[in-house]
Design a protein around this ligand. Structure first.
Ligand code: HEM
Length: 561
């Protein structure tokens, strides 16, 4: 007792029962202070390596670990509880950004974050690191896929299959390559997508009341892309597909971080309804069809099975013996990849083009460009469209401003990455996790200067060609600081289709309708006086959702699409 009494004379004067009650708080206080002191000292010592200026290559050192106060939880609370971007802004007020990398303790797991373009570029090029553990987490926590199905789907560590000569991972990569990336396949998909979108555009009643533009896109584009990929039958069998999908999408990151269902019951209920409906679709396909039509055959699109890409995926599920519930979960994951980025990207793009408070000449200039892609029959020539300089610049500016993705890799071996011009290097231990948050490159104030990084600039990716004097679109000089689709062998396999889908939708809608902006609304549809911004939600999922919408009246132009 005397030992305790010495440093805490006021406490020792308390009656014994109160004093005993106080002991746990005292203990917690000591643990928190000791943790803070120890992690701060460790940080200060490790920073020496990062703040010295070597003239020749030095031995690689682990990234400095940011101090924290609560053991196990570490930096998780401040990272996840802050609105998107705020944690990093506050961190870089006292932690030198020039370190290029740092480590945060997230729920007991040290996780390395990198933000030097050299380091990001080298990580994306490295062959060893994989997305495997993130893919497993997404399948289990977000898509509700059973452990057995996840194991069968990925087949990690399995040898090559005798029939194909490929491991399961290689089969998946080959499938993506053949059905999502080969130009004739992508063009076929885009043609299917634009066919459905044109039907929906033709049927649009153009209400005089006005509609929320992003809300309208969330239904219309969702319908067109799902039908193009998965066929029509699934949309008929899953009631309320689009509404439930967006409710599920809203809770996706919470599910990934393991937040319980009572925290966001609506998202979990929506997911359950989607999985039930999609499982029913699989039962119908199994009972009523004679197998899956050949993805390489003469039929490009089938109402029951949809695209070649989907048929190839279903054949893989069948060959791997996945349960029907597991197939439904993995299909939902694919629909998430398909819809949850491209549709909000089209929404942000149209909102900026139509923004009455933005550049008043932008709509006219975009219209002049997209009209050059209009064929005589009124349809849009996608290959012309995707090479238009201003339209491409606006699309990439939207991805720069609004993609917030954590490109995540797990290390199978120790890894050394350059931090700057290769004089300094960071060391990462085997089985560690490295995250490259896109927003740290995309919004870096020191690298996107004129206009500042947080300002939308339609012409940001345009340059005068030195020889021809023509205005051209370019991504030169953006390596390692602009990576909306990730990179390396895990780069988004849907990126070519995404560009065609977004630019195709924007052009078709601008050519079909004259939009009159009535005003801005919040998420509840209540009128407000500012342009929508990013919803206050977890970072990391991809194109960030809006916290509102612009209300528009659509009037049909006299042009056939
Ligand atoms: C603007 C639209 C899109 C953006 C910004 C985007 C972004 C990304 C990113 C950052 C990744 C992770 C890459 C990495 O770890 O290096 C990814 C993965 C993926 N994306 Fe996309 N994506 C978009 C559209 C699409 C579309 C339209 C599809 C489907 C056609 C798609 C399908 C996928 C799939 C299946 C994966 C997982 C790949 C794997 O695990 O290996 N994405 N996407």
């Amino acid at each position: 007792m005397a030992l305790l009494a010495l440093p805490f004379p006021t406490i020792s004067g308390l009656p014994l029962p109160l004093f005993v009650l106080f002991i746990p708080f005292l203990f917690i206080g000591i643990v928190l202070s000791a943790t803070h002191l120890y992690t701060t000292l460790r940080y200060r010592l490790s920073l020496r390596y990062y703040t010295s200026a070597p003239t020749r290559p030095t031995k690689a050192a682990p990234p400095p670990q940011i101090p924290y106060t609560i053991p196990f939880i570490g930096n998780a609370y401040s990272l996840l509880a802050s609105p998107p971007g705020v944690f990093w802004k506050q961190l870089f007020r006292w932690h030198p950004r020039a370190t290029g990398a740092c480590t945060l303790l997230l729920g007991g797991r040290p996780t390395h974050f990198i933000y030097s373009p050299h380091t990001v570029q080298a990580l994306l090029k490295a062959r060893g690191p994989t997305r495997d553990s993130l893919n497993v987490d997404i399948a289990r926590k977000c898509l509700g896929v059973a452990r057995r199905d996840v194991r069968l789907y990925h087949g990690f560590g399995e040898p090559a299959d005798a029939a194909t000569g490929l491991t399961p991972i290689q089969q998946l990569e080959k499938m993506n390559h053949e059905f999502l990336l080969r130009s004739e396949r992508v063009n076929e998909l885009t043609a299917e997508f634009t066919r459905v979108l044109a039907e929906l555009v033709a049927a649009e009643p153009c209400s005089e009341q006005g509609v929320g533009l992003c809300a309208w896109l969330a239904t219309t584009m969702f319908r067109a892309s799902t039908e193009a990929f998965m066929g029509r039958a699934v949309l008929e069998m899953v009631e309320g597909f689009a509404e439930d999908f967006w409710e599920f999408d809203r809770g996706f990151m919470n599910m990934l971080y393991g937040l319980p269902s009572w925290f966001m019951p609506k998202s979990y209920q929506a997911r359950a309804r989607l999985l039930d409906g999609m499982e029913k679709w699989h039962v119908m396909l199994r009972d009523k069809t004679k197998g899956i039509p050949d993805p390489n055959g003469g039929v490009g699109w089938d109402p029951l099975f949809g695209s070649r890409a989907n048929r190839a995926k279903q054949q893989y599920f069948e060959a791997r013996g996945l349960s029907l519930r597991g197939r439904a979960g993995l299909d939902l994951g694919f629909i998430f990849g398909l819809s949850s980025n491209a549709i909000p990207a089209a929404g942000w793009m149209l909102m900026h083009i139509l923004n009455p408070e933005g550049d008043k000449t932008l709509l006219r200039r975009v219209m002049e460009e997209v009209k050059t892609a209009k064929r005589k029959d009124g349809t849009v020539d996608i290959s012309t469209l995707v090479s238009l300089p201003l339209l491409q610049s606006v699309f990439h500016e939207i991805l720069r401003l609004y993609v917030d993705v954590w490109v995540t890799r797990e290390l199978k071996d120790d890894l050394v990455l350059p931090l700057d011009d290769e004089k300094k290097q960071a060391f990462f231990k085997k089985s560690g996790i490295i995250v490259a948050p896109s927003s740290l490159g995309h919004l870096d104030e020191a690298r996107w200067l004129d206009p500042p990084s947080d300002v939308f600039c339609a012409e940001r990716f345009l340059r005068k060609h030195p020889e021809t004097g023509k205005t051209v679109f370019t991504l030169d000089g953006t390596t390692g600081k602009f990576y909306p689709f990730g990179g390396g062998k895990s780069i988004c396999p849907g990126r070519v289709f995404a560009k065609q889908e977004v630019l195709g939708s924007v052009a078709m809608l601008l050519l079909a309708f004259e939009f009159e902006v009535v005003g801005f609304v919040d998420e509840q549809g209540k009128s407000r006086n500012c342009f929508p911004t990013i919803r206050n939600t977890f970072s990391g999922a991809g194109v960030m959702p809006t916290d509102g919408d612009i209300k528009v009246k659509m009037r049909r132009r006299d042009i056939k699409i």
